[in-house]
Design a protein around this ligand. Structure first.
Ligand code: PLP
Length: 377
């Protein structure tokens, strides 16, 4: 099987990720932060080591400002509702995933908030000027997807963050497709909160995600409960990260994520260069196939994602045919209806190819040849 679905989750994972997960389960699989025995303390140290590594990667003021979650969706579900009040306005982009759109819709349908979508330019890029004009005194949050999970197009988040900073509006970045390949530190993105999965570019296992919070940004927690701290009080502790981390943490997942972050921290630019080269190689070959529309503006900067629509509009059939011949890709709408609406592909959906660090040029060439053959048949 040629795996080209790294935008959904990265696969395979580095061997050291699997080893660390197995090791944690086999030798110190106690409950981190619960109890004072040696195994619980060792589990706790493993969690804190990963938090420290993530804090360095993300430019957090301290490790306690990095919150462990189950995935990027959960991170966004802390960051969004936790910042909103009745009467607020939220500004976001056409590139938002349903993890953002559905979370906002719940409040819109209750009449609690309004949402404004920024209009992109002809390359699909957002401009600081458009954002500046959109912000009003009611704007309580700006959310931007760093890179689209459909076209791969990278937004100029730093410039957008500078506008938010000037207006003192909190800025949330969805770095689902960029963490691990681009610099996603709080300062480089001028962000107040960054949500990301641990299981995509950071090369950690399923069931891992992160939310990093700038100092002074403290959304209401999503889940309340036992934290192993201040147990005499029935009030949720304000102490970070406990405020956001009720319930038993995913020790094997975090142990694996630690190794994923280590791997990425020392190879990030190399991974980005390599994946991008594979993606551009695939994109060039796909663009030459008659009857195939390659999505996204050619000149726009992008991560390693290429989506195509066959002329008949049946992208599900193309994705199924690729699966049957040994290529794993993702058809459909990729949980991003606003982006498909912008591209005019809501009905057809698209077939998404997302190379990762373990793909080879041979796999890319074989995939392109297979698509060409399927399009002829
Ligand atoms: C842009 C974007 N945001 C959010 C998500 C949700 O991520 P997760 O599956 O980790 O919840 C994804 C997943 O594909 C994504 O591409």
């Amino acid at each position: 099987m040629i795996y080209l679905d790294n935008a959904a989750t990265s696969f395979p994972k580095p061997p050291q990720v699997i080893q660390a997960m197995t090791e944690s389960l086999r030798t110190f699989g106690a409950n981190p932060g619960r109890g004072g025995h040696q195994l619980a303390l060792q589990a706790g140290r493993t969690v804190e080591k990963c938090r420290q590594a993530a804090a360095e990667l993300l430019g957090a003021a301290g490790p306690e400002r990095v919150i462990f979650t189950r995935n990027c969706t959960e991170s966004l579900n802390i960051a969004i509702p936790g910042m909103l009040n009745k009467g607020d306005e939220v500004i976001c982009s056409h590139g938002e995933h349903n993890a953002v759109m559905r979370t906002l819709e719940r409040f819109v349908s209750r009449g609690d908030i309004t949402v404004k979508l920024l209009r992109p330019d002809e390359q699909g890029l957002l401009s600081p000027d458009v954002l500046r004009r959109a912000i009003t005194p009611q704007t309580a949050l700006v959310i931007v997807c760093h890179a689209s999970n459909v076209t791969g197009v990278i937004q100029p988040v730093r410039a957008l963050g500078e506008v938010c900073r000037a207006f003192r509006v909190p800025f949330l970045v969805d770095a689902a497709q960029t963490a691990g390949v681009l610099d996603v530190s709080l300062d480089s993105l001028q962000a107040d909160m960054i949500a990301m999965p641990g299981h995509k570019g950071l090369m950690g296992p399923h069931g891992t995600g992160l939310l990093v919070l700038r100092e002074g940004i403290d959304p209401e927690p999503l889940i309340l409960g036992g934290t192993g701290s201040a147990s005499e009080s029935i009030r949720q502790p304000d102490l970070l990260p406990d405020r956001y981390e009720s319930g038993t943490l995913n020790l094997p997942g975090i142990a694996g994520l630690m190794e994923g972050i280590r791997f990425v921290a020392s190879h990030r630019e190399e991974i980005h260069r390599y994946e991008t080269a594979l993606n551009e190689r695939l994109r060039r070959q796909l663009a030459r196939i008659p009857g195939l529309r390659v999505l996204g503006h050619e000149e726009a900067p992008r991560v390693a994602i290429t989506s195509v629509v066959p002329s008949g509009g049946d992208s599900a059939a193309l994705a199924d045919a690729l699966d049957a011949t040994g290529v794993a890709v993702r058809g459909g709408l990729h949980c991003a209806p606003a982006m498909h609406s912008y591209l005019g592909t809501l009905k057809s959906g698209a077939v998404r190819f997302a190379p990762g660090p373990y793909n080879t040029e041979q796999e890319i060439d074989d995939t392109a040849a297979l698509v060409a053959r399927l399009m002829r048949s």
